[in-house]
Design a protein around this ligand. Sequence first.
Ligand SMILES: [Zn+2]
Length: 224
Amino acid sequence: MAGRLLDLALPSDCAGCGREGDALCGACVTALDVRADDPPGVAIGLPGDIPAPLAQVEWCTNFTGVTRRALHRLKYSGDRRIAEPLGLAVARRWARAGAGGDVLVPVPASRDRVRDRGYDQAALIARVAGAHLGLPVRADLLERSRYTAAQFDLDRTARAGNVAGAFRLRAGVLPPRGAGPDGAPWIVLVDDVMTTGSTLAACATILLGAGALGVSAVTVARER
Ligand SMILES: [Zn+2]
């Protein structure tokens, strides 16, 4: 009975094409690797530079088609199976293009959203990626400090203002250790979608203020 209810509640088809079976079928999963062979730092059509204070920003693919549908399903349909192929794609891209890093830190969703959904999608993606990269994941480090409006409703300037001050270190957590002087860690932020990068930059500011040696970021997709 429980199994049948789960079958009713959760999709059992590919988020990309609707074919019965895996969360992303073998054909659709290739959409996550469109940048697989791009060297690091090449950002064709990228408006502006990497937002300060981030040292490096990488992403797997564009926020279109299959990828857009897969991320939408992870966020809104409760289908956590999707985190596996997305996290694997993040691991592949970071292994190819990322300049090191000691620890992965997912960008936290708001507590309300985590409660409604039952999970934090960036944390799920980071856990899969960390397991495959052999890097620890610290989902307990950052939290949202206040409500922020949905970023897609805002223009570029408003987005940066919207997220400045939106994050803080969670009280009482031990900072991660890394390979830098005095054990300072190089942190790699993980998120599902990057648009202007202002959310990632806001998180990086907090982590650098807490003693990180440097902060980079990798996301599943980039929205232009
Ligand atoms: Zn498919």
